[in-house]
Design a protein around this ligand. Structure first.
Ligand code: SF4
Length: 367
């Protein structure tokens, strides 16, 4: 790396530059950094960002890749905040994780604050022996402090691809699961496992006892946090009906963060990696209506030219927070790094990191 420049560059100097200029400058910064950097790009990122990624994938795959490449001291994570935190938890202490725009958060992750989860745990504890009967399971789309909560209370993390295995693991240990922050992934998974509806309740963190009677809490086997992904909630059952009518042979494939009414009408349900794998392996000439984030679907369309790939909604369902990582922010982070400045360093406090890793390790041991 070059000698450290006196002052970090300002993001303001990057706004309004042409995509071509930013592309060339990012390529040059990456070349100058060589093996000192690894750029990771989430599947939902826009093309102008993903084209610089050494690896692309879902959040957990990228975090694991960060950990596997201990020889790369700097990881520029093109995703959202909780993903960069997971990379920091799983990577070595000698590695630095950078998020090009700190405003790239996740509306779903923000729907469960640690104070609300602590309060929920206390309220459950007034009704049940909570530590013995309830196992907290948190979707990886959550803040590190919530993963730490799970680690500390005998709980676990899950992804959209291993939610079922995680629920089986959890129910083998305790009678009930507190599943957060995504109500829909929890419900869709439990539906597939045959859990009767009357054994699932929804916990609204803004209501006493989550809006439930003590009796309903005692009877429940699954307590679903009232949270959702604003992107996947845009898909409606009517969208599925529309495509089935227009293309009778079409296959509908959706993400399990969608509402159960959409999931129940789909042919296939699975994680982003499952969607990419399935559509890519499908025979030429087949038609697909895909219910997940728009950038991913557009890329599938571009790459799978021998198939007919459609976006399942008539409205734009793009992850607005993911979209904050753009060519100016990536170029800014990379050029500063090449100058010797780390901007937007993601650091999970050591205590949270240790407990969050416990919850992540439990999950990785079963998947
Ligand atoms: S797509 Fe949904 S869950 Fe994923 S980062 Fe965006 S808001 Fe969060």
């Amino acid at each position: 790396m070059k000698a450290v420049a006196a002052v970090p560059r300002s993001i303001a100097d990057y706004q309004g530059r042409s995509v071509e200029e930013l592309f060339a400058r990012t390529v040059e910064a990456k070349r100058a950094l060589g093996n000192n950097v690894m750029v990771l790009g989430h599947n939902y990122q826009r093309d102008e960002v993903i084209e610089h990624a050494d690896f692309r994938g879902d959040s957990l795959l990228l975090a694991k890749l960060a950990a596997q490449h201990a020889d790369r001291p700097n990881i520029v994570f093109c995703g959202v905040h909780f993903m960069a935190e997971t990379a920091d938890i799983l990577s070595r202490s000698s590695q630095t994780v950078i998020l090009p725009d700190m405003a790239a958060g996740c509306s779903m992750a923000d729907m469960a604050a640690i104070e609300q989860v602590d309060e929920c745990w206390d309220q459950l504890g007034r009704i049940l022996p909570v530590e013995e009967t309830v196992l907290p399971a948190v979707y990886v789309n959550s803040a590190a402090v919530l993963k730490a909560f799970c680690g500390e209370h005998g709980g676990i993390t899950c992804t959209s691809s291993n939610a079922r295995a995680v629920m089986e693991w959890a129910w083998a240990r305790r009678e009930k699961i507190l599943f957060f922050p995504d109500e829909h992934l929890g419900r869709n998974t439990a539906n597939k496992m045959g859990l009767p509806r009357e054994r699932m309740i929804v916990w609204d963190p803004y209501l006493p006892n989550g809006g439930n009677s003590a009796d309903a809490i005692r009877k429940a086997r699954l307590i679903l946090w009232k949270g959702h992904c604003s992107v996947h909630q845009m898909f409606q059952p009517a969208h599925v009906d529309y495509f089935r009518k227009k293309h009778p042979d079409i296959k509908v494939i959706v993400h399990p963060e969608c509402h159960e009414d959409v999931v129940n009408k789909a042919d296939l349900v699975g994680s982003t990696e499952f969607i990419i794998r399935t559509v890519s392996a499908a025979p030429a000439g087949t038609a697909w209506a895909v219910g997940t984030e728009l950038n991913l679907v557009n890329r599938l369309k571009k790459e799978q030219t021998d198939k007919h790939v459609h976006f399942l909604s008539s409205t734009v369902c793009q992850c607005a927070t993911m979209f904050r990582i753009d060519a100016p922010h990536l170029c800014w982070a990379m050029e500063n790094l090449a100058d010797g400045h780390v901007v937007n360093h993601i650091v999970v406090p050591e205590d949270d990191k240790a407990w969050a890793k416990v919850a992540l390790d439990r999950m990785m041991a079963i998947s």
